[in-house]
Write a protein that binds this ligand. Structure first.
Ligand code: ADP
Ligand code: MG
Ligand code: ZN
Length: 615
């Protein structure tokens, strides 16, 4: 739902304008209209006219005398100020003029006030309100932030999601956990008979793009029940109390439609811990959360309302949400493993025409750490590329290229890079690859390229593991750091100078070294002491150090020691293989992209690189 913009000027401003308009009307315009046809004359003229017999009728008011002439050519009505003239009556009588004194009307001042001030004001306010409402409806597309508690006009039902567990590849554990809920919604009697009560709520936790929302829809699709879906942020409204009203409505509707599923996506938007240290807190969010807690306690799970929620920040959720009877069941939806990635690729490739050379296993191996959403994106990018190249089938190299697009962005074909920089980049990348190849615990080199990418990468070396490993040994970790050092080391060995091109390598290497010391217990100094905690494991996983200042300094020293050792090792490897470094670099510079096989062939001396470098 779109947020309503606050009106540019406060309402009171418009009412002020209206008031001024009424004032002007009352004091100038109306009298002017009335007086238009009245001609004012002096008393003398009046008397002369009476004596000349030109006057037909006279009305004497308190301060004025109005009179009608016999000859109406000049004006229909005259007026003059009334003067204390005792002879006036006689004169009029003599001239045979009809005359009368007007009896002053006893209008009550209150009525007068109401008629001339309150009534017009009320009319204008009514018009104003009507306009406001119209405007709002336009902006909000119905409903509206100002329609307090009237959100029940919105029906949250999305009757059939049409998605089943078949559409969710991998995630077998999650599916198994949710299968029970599906079963319950199909056959609640079975559970009631034995006296078991089904959990009221299940919380899907995991990194973004792993299929949490998809799974929730699949549960609804499998159970063939209505699916009430809302995002946590939709509850957080402009006005305190609105969110709570929405929660109430949602649950009211859900109970009417039971059995059904209520799905609250991104629940951390309202479920954040209430003592998160914000001064003053957030009233609206807390009220909404309290209402949610109350509603979850209030309804009878046997009726068949199951609440699913999803978040990638479970650690921020309020403890009250997680206690038994509420979201007591936690379903982890983790990043897919190798087999999971392969089957996700298969699911999404279902509607894509594939060439025979497509090898999803290879793509899955090259995408360790990718989420389901990433993989879906890779398939789509590959299909787009195939179309762009005028093919009607997706080939393996479309897929490989789109993996790189997702990892590093598009190729920057037009980027202008000087020959000197290109040479440096080539040595840098071959440095990585050579160090990786000369160590026994690093993954094989799959591809080396010096074609720059939109992510800012000037080139990269892709390593693809044969098998996926879940555990990382200390040797593997050290080899990884050493490989990261390889790029810079090559620059040092060849050019005796260094460039800024290693910044990302430095960052990654330091991250691994830090984890080794603070979390994996891989340093001699600290043994198995925990020094750091991970704050949000599913979102970037930033950590906070929980040690004294002195220890922190020692931690840094320890990290530095690891990095220095690895750096020296990388330099040594490259010094020992300087010939190969030159040879491979020349080859890469010529080809711009070389495969792992080519690389290994040259390294093993099986292939002569015939390219001669021109400087
Ligand atoms: P989130 O966990 O962030 O809610 P989504 O459920 O929205 O992720 O997933 C985004 C998209 O990624 C889905 O629409 C689907 O195309 C794809 N996807 C993610 N996980 C899977 C999976 N396990 N199987 C098939 N597709 C998946
Ligand atoms: Mg989601
Ligand atoms: Zn590098």
């Amino acid at each position: 739902m779109k947020q309503m913009k606050p009106p540019k000027k406060p309402l009171i401003f418009y009412y002020g304008i209206i008031l001024v308009i009424i004032l002007l009307l009352n004091s100038f315009i109306f009298p002017a209209i009335f007086n238009h046809s009245v001609k004012e004359v002096d008393y003398g003229t009046f008397l002369t006219m009476v004596e000349d017999g030109k006057v037909k009728q006279v009305e004497i008011e308190n301060n004025t005398i109005m009179f009608k002439p016999k000859d109406t050519s000049e004006a229909k009505l005259y007026k003059t100020g009334s003067i204390d003239d005792p002879k006036l009556v006689d004169r009029l009588h003599e001239a045979n003029v009809k005359f009368a004194k007007v009896i002053p009307k006893e209008t009550s001042p209150l009525l007068n006030f109401i008629l001339s001030w309150i009534l017009p004001l009320l009319i204008f306010i009514a018009i104003g309100q009507w306009l406001m409402k119209k405007m709002q409806n336009k902006m909000m597309g119905g409903g509206g932030a100002l329609s307090f508690g009237k959100s029940n006009a919105k029906v949250y039902v999305e009757a059939q999601t049409g998605i089943t567990f078949k559409d969710v590849a991998g995630q077998d554990e999650a599916k198994e956990a949710l299968q029970e809920i599906v079963d319950f919604l199909h056959n609640p009697k079975k559970y009631k008979e034995i006296g078991a009560s089904i959990p009221k709520g299940a919380l899907l936790v995991g990194p973004p793009g792993t299929g949490k929302t998809l799974l929730a829809k699949a549960v609804a699709g499998e159970s063939k029940v209505p699916f009430f879906s809302m995002s946590g942020s939709e509850f957080v409204e402009m006005f305190v109390g609105m969110g709570a009203a929405r929660v109430r409505d949602l649950f009211k509707q859900a109970q009417e439609k039971a059995p059904c599923i209520v799905f609250i996506d991104e629940i951390d938007a309202i479920g954040k811990s209430r003592n998160s240290g914000m001064p003053g807190g957030n009233d609206e969010r807390e009220q909404t959360l309290n209402q949610l807690l109350t509603e979850m306690d209030g309804f009878d799970a046997d009726k068949g309302v199951v609440i699913l929620a999803a978040t990638n920040r479970p650690e921020t959720l309020d403890k009250a949400l997680l206690r038994p009877g509420r979201f007591d069941r936690r379903v982890p939806v983790e990043l897919p493993d190798l087999a999971g990635r392969e089957s996700i690729l298969h699911v999404h490739a279902g509607k894509v025409k594939l060439a025979d050379d497509v090898d999803f296993n290879m793509i899955a191996r090259a995408t360790s750490g990718a989420s389901g959403a990433d993989l879906a994106n890779i398939i789509n990018e590959a299909a787009l590329r195939a179309v762009r190249l005028g093919r009607n089938k997706v080939m393996q190299n479309d897929l490989e290229e789109s993996v790189e697009v997702v990892i590093a962005g598009y190729q920057r074909k037009n980027a202008v890079i000087s020959m000197k920089d290109k040479l440096t980049i080539s040595y840098h990348e071959i440095g990585h690859a050579l160090v990786a190849a000369k160590q026994s615990h690093s993954a094989p080199v799959h591809k080396i390229t010096i074609i720059p990418r939109t992510s800012g990468a000037l080139g990269y070396t892709m390593q693809v593991d044969e098998h996926e490993t879940i555990l990382m040994t200390k040797e593997q970790a050290l080899d990884k750091i050493t490989t990261y050092m390889g790029g810079r080391a090559a620059e040092e060995v060849i050019f005796k100078t260094i460039t800024s091109g290693a910044s990302n390598d430095i960052e990654q290497a330091t991250k691994i070294a830090r984890s080794m010391v603070t979390r994996f217990g891989m340093s001699d100094e600290f043994d198995m002491m925990a020094l750091e905690t991970v704050n949000n494991p599913y979102l970037g996983g930033d950590t906070s150090l929980m040690v004294s200042a002195e220890t922190a300094a020692k931690v840094d020293a320890e990290i530095l020691k690891i990095i220095k050792t690895c750096h020296q090792k990388a330099i040594r490897i490259l010094e020992d293989n300087k010939d190969k470094l030159h040879e491979l670099t020349k080859y890469l510079l010529e080809k711009e992209t070389i495969s792992g096989e080519e690389f290994m062939a040259i390294l093993a001396g099986k292939q002569e690189s015939s390219v001669i470098l021109e400087k």
